[in-house]
Design a protein around this ligand. Sequence first.
Ligand code: AMP
Length: 465
Amino acid sequence: MCGIIGVSNLPDAARATYLGLYALQHRGQESAGIVTIDDGGVPRTARGMGLVGDVVKESDLTHLTGTVAVGHTRYSTAGSSVLANAQPCLANYRAGPLALAHNGNLTNAPIIKRELVGQGAIFQSSSDSEVIVHLIARSRASTAEGQIRDALSRVEGAYSLVITVGRTLYCVVDPRGFRPLVLGRLGQGVIAASETCALDLIGATVLRELGPGEFVEITDGMIRDLAPLAKAPTAQRCVFELVYFARPDSRVFGESVDRVRRELGRQLAQEHPAPGAEVVFSVPDSANMMALGYADASGLKLEHGLIRNHYIGRTFINPTQALRVAKVRIKFNPVHEVISGRSVVVVDDSLVRGTTSKGLVQMIRAAGAREVHLRLASPPITGPCHYGIDTPNRSELIAANHTNEEIRQYLGVDSLGYLSLAGMLQAAGVRNSFCHACFSGHYPIVPDGELIDRRHDAPLAGSIA
Ligand code: AMP
């Protein structure tokens, strides 16, 4: 998953981009980068592995001159976690510098890449996003708009993109609208960002969210709507953005993430009450709003039973299972006074491998809980995501391979309750049509077979990558 931002016509575009990326840090913590284009059309870039604040220094911001910029925070879902894959991609092509930042996952990238490599193309990275750069550069269309359109007609899957061609900024969302992208204004400038929280930090006001297939061109802060991309049968907004990924202070897909999460918690309390329980608390921070909703609907007292260390990234960042287990302990500590001698309800947003919950339950029991009732504010995750969320392969997904009773025993809880699919969709809001493939197995686009098994690192068959 990734966070993206594009800026047009702001005096210090790099600083605005930097601030915006700070607010989008939760969407990707492996690498960060900014590309600016100065008034003479010269690009400058700062990219690196790590968090935005570590990668981009004050000296970089001074060096990154210009009123046009794109930025990116990356969490790899296609391609390995190396500097070569850090975005924005920057290329020199016939119409000047082209910079691109991508959020999403292309489901047919391996096929196209193999074809391009066969024709002699040289790829600098193993990320799927570079495929789009190549397709734009190879297009025979006469305008940048036409070239982008050409490229996007070839790719499938999830993409929200900010692209600069020279000093013009293009923003586009795939026809199903898997990933969010919102437009805002600050003075004479325009900012596009993955989430509204980035606009808030910059001080911009929200203009509108781009719908599925929307395509806009922004020159010197002037927005021009371009013809939308060919329509998909239905929108497929990613429900997991609302469940887990986006920040609760953002509005995503026209919904307040905070409102949705509270409602998920309320629905969960209705579907899975915990008779006899005395308190409810969240696995912070992602389930905080859900626990609020659960407390609200159940009448149980809301407590803070787990304290989270904020100086550590999300547990998924670790490549190995051994490290992940240790990190659960580094990340959370129970509050004995809240837990000891009580029957507790623990609310989490989702259960993926089960590693976090297993470690937490052990800690909660060791802190003296009499009973532990685990409640999950989303349904069992039974399949991987092919559209940009780092959900692991089926073999690692606990709910893909075990019954609820087996999971309950494995986690060591007295009861286990998952929100139903219908309950989740109801809470997420009826005005959107959602992709819920990881929960339901209904995949709106069936990916290239190679992508299904290939997670991050494996080189492409037949390629020199
Ligand atoms: P697990 O330990 O594998 O069951 O992971 C569950 C925890 O990871 C939950 O507390 C979620 O908040 C969090 N989580 C769920 N999906 C993701 C994801 N794609 N990336 C990072 N963390 C996630």
